[in-house]
Ligand binder design. Sequence first.
Ligand SMILES: *[C@@H]1O[C@H](CO)[C@@H](O)[C@H](O)[C@H]1NC(C)=O
Ligand SMILES: *[C@@H]1O[C@H](CO)[C@@H](O)[C@H](O)[C@H]1NC(C)=O
Ligand SMILES: *[C@@H]1O[C@H](CO)[C@@H](O)[C@H](O)[C@H]1NC(C)=O
Length: 334
Amino acid sequence: MHWRDLVLAAAAVAPGVNAAQLRFSCAQLVVDRIDPLVNPGQAPSPHLHQVVGGNAFNVTMDHSAHDMASTATCTSCMPLEDFSNYWTAVLFFRARNGTFKRVSTYGNGLGYTQSNGGQTVYYLSSGKVQAFKPGFRMTVGNPAFRTQAQAKQNPSLQFTCLATSSTRSGYRFDFPTGQCQAGIMVTVRFPTCWDGQNLDSPDHQSHVAYPSGSKCPSTHPVTIPQVFYETYWNTQPFNDKSLWPADGSQPFVWSFGDPTGYGNHGDYVFGWKGDALQRAMDANCQSDLFSDKVNCPTLKLQTIADTNKCTMSPKIKENLSGWLTELPGAMKVA
Ligand SMILES: *[C@@H]1O[C@H](CO)[C@@H](O)[C@H](O)[C@H]1NC(C)=O
Ligand SMILES: *[C@@H]1O[C@H](CO)[C@@H](O)[C@H](O)[C@H]1NC(C)=O
Ligand SMILES: *[C@@H]1O[C@H](CO)[C@@H](O)[C@H](O)[C@H]1NC(C)=O
């Protein structure tokens, strides 16, 4: 089975077949200009991120030593044993006069409207999978990409123009060109095959791979859960033609200066406690794709109201409100 079909196929899997479809909400933990994966030790990092998960998120997260589950005191995700961190860049609106306003995230229209922004996280499998080892991390996508040909190398990164908060049809690899009545959904899917050896790699990507057909390649023989997440961007306040460029071009830009969307990328640092993720995958948990029902008795869950309470103050103090004369980090739009 091709990974692109995994969501639909997983939904149709017969009872008794080894397949998990774990879905849950993670509220916004922090918006901060640090990146422990790509720019460890650098504060501030070059561009701004929005982050969900455990509150052990930090400037440096050394994978040989950092034990997120014992350092964290809360998680913004519903499973109480998930102290992983999941993050993306931040969306900005660029006004006619060249100033920028940060776009906020909001709760997923399918079940998680009570969430204070953040992301909806999925772990999927069709067949037996091996959960990640402590210290595992990876990125997907490339912030330097600016063309469709580049972005198509990885069609697992997508934008959906939300006509309503539950739209799931139509996707593209760049920013939607028109105004989206209920905002923009950004989908980030990670590879499902691992080399079985390396918790990370210099480019944070080459230790994982996508399957060819339904099988993992011999170089990356271990099938891992498919991690993917959806982020709802609240672009509605900018659905005013008088604010948009006079030539009708789309006005959104990623925090790393990308006005196309093709540089979409995502980051993941595994931080589940003990064997909790393996248990959930082995139990073939089947969350409801259209409601807030996580349906996974082996996991201890918290309410969405409680996920909203787990927040951090940003390590980098900078003014992110109002119309900014430049992107944080003086990122140039190009
Ligand atoms: C982040 O790292 C610093 C420096 O090592 C440490 O003092 C601080 O307690 C850490 N914060 C969290 C939330 O782990
Ligand atoms: C820039 O444009 C925004 C949106 O139209 C407006 O609110 C803001 O006042 C403008 N700033 C300046 C300095 O003109
Ligand atoms: C943040 O920047 C905006 C836009 O320049 C300004 O209107 C606002 O007063 C600033 N807020 C603080 C706390 O400095």
